[in-house]
Write a protein that binds this ligand. Structure first.
Ligand code: BJ8
Length: 383
């Protein structure tokens, strides 16, 4: 059934608040729920156990004061927010989760999981820190098997290769549709704003019925393109085209996207984990499913991996595909890995692509909005 375009956008915008009703219903029907935080988590293994993978709340400053009673203040807000939601029991998805899956990505996250394990069972996948060499591949492959066995034991199910293959197909389908949606940003001018793209991508992580999600997004694309082909323009043709890279965005960090667009820029691409990073490549459907998942999830272009050449390759391609005029790198305060990478990313974009670049260090508060306005408007004026 098709719904009007504004209503469809609203559905995604309100997904985090409203989705808990779906999760509650699923729980009442006896479904197992697995909460996750990161693009490295192979949702396919969870789906193959007929359980529901869901993103957990991590992008609001509300629970941070409580988190700071246990965690240092100068820690990444995403980590403090994740933990704060858990200890205050204010994330409905965390509340309904039977198991949490985390990974040894950055130091702050992996140490926080030790504390979180006192609240709910947390399974931490040991992520290799490099993609180089067979040892990394073998370690990560083994972690896929360990996760599969943990889920089988936890939920008393058997996960067959056939289950895994079906889950891989379903996730690929979801990725294809999300990709088709965010690739609207390649059009000049884009038919939707960056804030709209972000709200849909962020909202999708809290949706449990992926068939319905695919259908809604497909209808949205059709409606957007119909309006666009009839001459409707939401974004000026002259607006400088901005690519967002760096830490995940959504919730509190929407402020940056809002400021860019209020100052005349058009955000056309999210390279980060909220957008392209997790959806760009599909899982190979023709090989052993565990090998296919290992390949896919070892190559996430995250700054926790060293060296992180995949990020450079991705940016190189996206800057051309989206005809980008400037890149904004969002670094959450105390995220050392993304912060250290800013030098390499800036050098690559300035020297190899001749693209202006700015990095922004921010947190989940509103206290830096004035400063962000000044810096971002100067950057956009320069483009
Ligand atoms: S795959 S980007 S979602 S780890 S911002 S908590 S790295 S200190 S969120 Fe991330 Fe997975 Fe990588 Fe993506 Fe640590 Fe940095 Fe905080 Fe981060």
């Amino acid at each position: 059934m098709s719904i009007s375009l504004p209503k469809a956008f609203n559905e995604f915008d309100e997904a985090r608040q409203k989705g808990f009703i779906d999760v509650k219903e699923l729980k009442e029907k006896g479904k197992n729920i697995v909460g996750t935080y990161c693009v490295f988590t192979p949702w396919e293994i969870i789906l193959a156990a007929d359980a529901i993978p869901i993103s957990l709340c991590a992008m609001s400053d509300e629970p941070i004061p409580e988190a700071e009673k246990h965690l240092p203040r100068n820690l990444c807000p995403l980590i403090k927010s994740s933990y704060g939601f858990a200890i205050t029991d204010t994330c409905p998805y965390f509340y309904f989760s039977d198991l949490i899956v985390g990974e040894t990505t950055c130091d702050g996250k992996k140490k926080m999981y030790e504390y979180m394990n006192d609240i709910k069972p947390v399974h931490v996948m040991q992520l290799p820190q490099t993609t180089i060499g067979d040892d990394s591949y073998n370690l990560w492959r083994n972690e896929m098997v360990v996760l599969k066995e943990r889920i089988e034991k936890e939920f008393n199910v058997e996960i067959t290769d056939e289950n895994l293959k079906q889950a891989i197909k379903a996730r690929n389908e979801e990725r294809r549709m999300l990709k088709k949606f965010y690739e609207l940003g390649t059009l000049c001018p884009p038919p939707i704003t960056g804030l709209e793209i972000l709200k849909v991508l962020y909202g999708a992580t809290f949706k449990t019925d992926k068939n319905e999600q695919n259908q809604t997004i497909d209808n949205m694309i059709k409606s957007v393109m119909e309006e666009y082909n009839n001459g409707v323009r939401k974004v000026s043709e002259d607006a400088p085209r901005i690519l967002i890279t760096g830490c995940p965005t959504g919730g509190a960090t929407e402020k940056v996207i809002q400021i860019i667009e209020e100052n005349g820029g058009a955000v056309v691409c999210f390279e980060n984990c909220t957008g392209v990073k997790g959806n760009d490549t599909l899982v190979n459907e023709d090989i052993d499913p565990i090998d296919a998942l290992t390949d896919k999830y070892l190559n996430v272009a995250c700054s926790c991996i060293s060296p992180n050449d995949n990020r450079i390759e991705l940016l190189d391609r996206l800057v051309d595909e989206y005809k980008v005029d400037g890149v904004v790198d969002i670094v959450l305060q105390a995220c050392h890995t993304y912060n250290v990478e800013t030098y390499r990313i800036k050098k690559f974009l300035n020297e190899n692509k001749n693209i202006p670049y700015m990095s922004i260090e921010t947190d989940y508060s509103k206290s830096d909005i004035g400063q962000l306005q000044t810096r971002i408007s100067a950057f956009i004026e320069m483009l």
